[in-house]
Design a protein. Structure first.
Length: 155
């Protein structure tokens, strides 16, 4: 495990083969992500399950309810959209999503688009979060703004 690894609630690292998983720095697994190093689909047919490594690079975000399959390498600076099924090699500096996951855009395009949207949109500080003690007034204000602007950004 690298530094600054964030494993959100309900996420699972294959406990049968944890030594086959390598995780870099600044990696987030959103809620309910599965990282699998074994695949039992072959067990009944041939008497053996498939096994393989999973390598996750640096600066990777894996969206909620995604599944990372055995024999997968995810490069650095990658965003994986929620609900994706990821297998094989995911190149560095990409944004992928889908089942199976496919490249949608470069990481730089993703960053540039969101930087521009953030400049023209609304940002919220920690006081708009549960951990920041959000007040009923802040909740109402946030809802009103997002109803008008459709999206915003939170610290």
């Amino acid at each position: 495990m690298g530094t600054n690894f964030q494993l959100e609630r309900g996420s699972f690292l294959d406990s049968s083969f944890p030594w086959l998983i390598t995780i870099g720095d600044n990696v987030t697994l959103a809620p309910d992500v599965l990282v699998l190093c074994h695949d039992g689909s072959t067990k009944k047919a041939i008497g053996y399950s498939k096994v393989g490594t999973v390598v996750i690079g640096n600066n990777v975000f894996i969206g909620a309810k995604s599944i990372i399959l055995p024999n997968t390498t995810i490069g650095s600076n990658v965003v994986i959209g929620a609900g994706s099924i990821v297998g094989g090699v995911i190149p560095s500096n990409t944004v992928v999503a889908g089942a199976p996951a496919r490249v949608l855009q470069s990481y730089e395009e993703f960053k540039s688009k969101n930087d521009a949207r953030m400049e023209s949109g609304h940002t919220f500080d920690v006081s708009y979060t549960n951990r920041g003690g959000v007040t009923p007034e802040r909740k109402d204000e946030m809802r009103r703004i997002l109803d008008e602007e459709t999206h915003g950004y939170i610290v």
